[in-house]
Write a protein that binds this ligand. Sequence first.
Ligand code: FAD
Length: 440
Amino acid sequence: MSSFDRRTINRRDFLKLAAAGGTSGALALQGCAGMRDTAMAPGPRVVVVGGGFGGATAAKYIRMFDPGVQVTLIEANATHTTCPGSNWVLGGLRSLESITFDYGVLRKRHGVEVVTGRASAIDPDQRKVMLAGGGSVAYDRLIVSPGIDFDYAAIEGHGPGDVERAPHAWQAGPQTAILQRQLEEMPDGGVFVIVPPPNPFRCPPGPYERVSMVAHYFKQRKPRAKIVILDPKGGFSKQGLFIQGWQDLYGYGTDRSLIEYVPGPDGTVGRVDMATLTAYAGDFENAVRADVLNLIPAQRAGAIAVESGLADDSGWCPVDHRTWESTLVPGVHVIGDSAIQAPLPKSGYAANSEAKVCAAAVVDLLRGRAAGEPSWVNTCYSLVGPDYGISVAAVYDLTAEGKVASVEGAGGLTPADADRKKEALYARSWYVNVTDDSFG
Ligand code: FAD
């Protein structure tokens, strides 16, 4: 019997466990202080799959909204290294350790039961999540926030086996470390080629912040190196502000520019030769040999969401945005990058905001109440240099037709003449606040 099967134990066993300090028992009692007998029974059970920005926030906020609800978080890894901040690691501004969080605070302060292991399947009829290591966890409502997975079909010659030689570093941690090492080992005068993914993808400004951070690193350590962006798209998020920053800091637009930007279709890579690290773009006419190749493949919802029938033909998961309950599998809510959430972006801040709306709705539904009126917020900061920040912000609400819409006039890009040093400070303080809100 796995430790999670104790959810099926009888009431006497439950009380014994609680008296012995068993986590969920103690919490259920704490939530029912002053109440007797029937109120001593364990509360409704929510399981959360994935402990990144969406999942960790949802688990924490359900416990804050209603301590009578038992929450189990299933996360594949013992720690989570955040993608936000991982470009700053490549720029030499932070260490990987400083952007890595464990689940101690969620456990101890918020009473979330954390299971370190991979969820291998969901059984929506039996309301159970199966674990790859054996055993299962039962739920009354399930929240799934597994982030993204990759689709390797679009670029010939490149597959999942190539991510060590040509890392994506689009899931932070070991992949970031590989890319960092390759950049450090690259000779001065070498070429760094980055291939951003097609839309939709996690963190629309992310590839261009990466270019900026690598440019900063090269400017300090390898001034003769070059960056080539081979982009399948015709434009990108915060493009005007990035270009202005590249002009201000990296000679963009001059013959001394560190950065060359090739938009689609000329920049669209159709094939790579992994032996020589050559990318063939623009109808295979344009061959660019890389010393370091950062190929970020096309994306879709996390594997567990796709394999559990939560995704539609687009590869992403349709939801009712008031509750984030799947429109395909009842009782299962999908948040974060895996969900179809446009015009909300696939960002950590949006996932955090979606998680709070979902947590409130799940508590309401479990307690027999109608879910409330939601709204969301997102700000995407990027560092172009250590003291040079740019951002875009938006507020969203739900239309009468149940669609997410941005609220006109609430947000926008920072003006071209904004104080970039202050924006860089805001970017760093945003990171402290959002990670504390999600993992602290
Ligand atoms: P994640 O945070 O990726 O969490 C998913 C979790 O699920 C992971 O911990 C994973 O281990 C776990 N998991 C997956 N499958 C299973 C399973 N079967 N069983 C158990 N666990 C599982 N966003 C911002 O707001 N601001 C930024 O500045 C920013 N910068 C970024 C920079 C880069 C380079 C990148 C790549 C992204 C950036 N983002 C940023 C985007 C942000 O990282 C994502 O949008 C955010 O992480 C999405 O949250 P999530 O919960 O959907 O997924």
